[in-house]
Design a protein around this ligand. Sequence first.
Ligand SMILES: [Zn+2]
Length: 344
Amino acid sequence: MKDTVVSQANPQPYHRPSQVAIGQAPIGIDIGGTKINAAVVKTNPQTGEDELLSMMNSPTPEDSETFLNTLVDMIQRLHAEHQVSGVGISTAGVVDSIHGRILGSTGNMPALKNLCNLKELLEAKIGLPVHMENDANAAAYGEWRTGAAKGAQNMFAITLGTGVGMGIVFNGQMYRGSHFYAGEGGHIAIGHKRERKCTCGRWDCWEAYASGTGLQTTAELIVEAAPETAQQEFKSKYCENGVVTTYAVIAAWKNDNHIGVQIMDEWHNHIAVGLSSLINVMDPDMIVVGGGLAQFVDFNLLLERTRERSMSHAFKLVPAALGNHAGIVGAAYLAIESQPEPLT
Ligand SMILES: [Zn+2]
């Protein structure tokens, strides 16, 4: 094993001005399974902080035509209020962001199945340049541009929710890989014994352990293996009708219940195993952890468990700063930065 490197191998962090330039006002749109959120992203010249202006949302329509019309309507309303310079869209699925095509499954959004050329369709209707990005990539980019990982040269962000999302910024640029499949960290295998089936159809992916669903499975297994009296105490105190849920686990953990602590400890181990594998490949200076479950992460414990397994100890592990807005901010910045430089 190499000696631990405590300073950055490259002392010159990559910098982009972390503000939207004067005169530019990109729209960021985050397409989620139930809701579409949109806003104009602008830097306040007084504070230097980014602001989301005219934030609006709509339920995600199920049919393609209504879906397209909803997006056009939202963009036109924002464009009428602000002088908009481009549109960035964050969506589920594998996205070819060069050609703006959705390549892979978009999960629970049937409308997008017939809209793989969404960029083309929107540009024809609104007359503005449109940039498409995978949602985990857009969120990571937002955190890197103006959020928790501002100024990092190499970083990745993970989101812990029903699944595990990941986005990578490598050498100051969004890293998408050769075929737009980079950042599928949720699907690195952390075992080989076919113990847990993943939503992707493969076995023992990191997501099957570190996600909310993974935590639930871990909880069920640990409760089942516990001595009868401890099991009964846990169920009667924290579970409704004896059903083990993540809510029950969190409540038990907060009350220092032995089973609750054991489950959360194992969950932190599971997160750390994946993180350290990714760290050993990437040697990042910063890692951002966000998503709905990040509020239950004990960052000191996770850092300790991750460091035990990582070659470098020089990384920072931080909570996400932009919350639900990371995708909008990231997509908006990508919209202006993906446009060709104006000729001078
Ligand atoms: Zn998987």
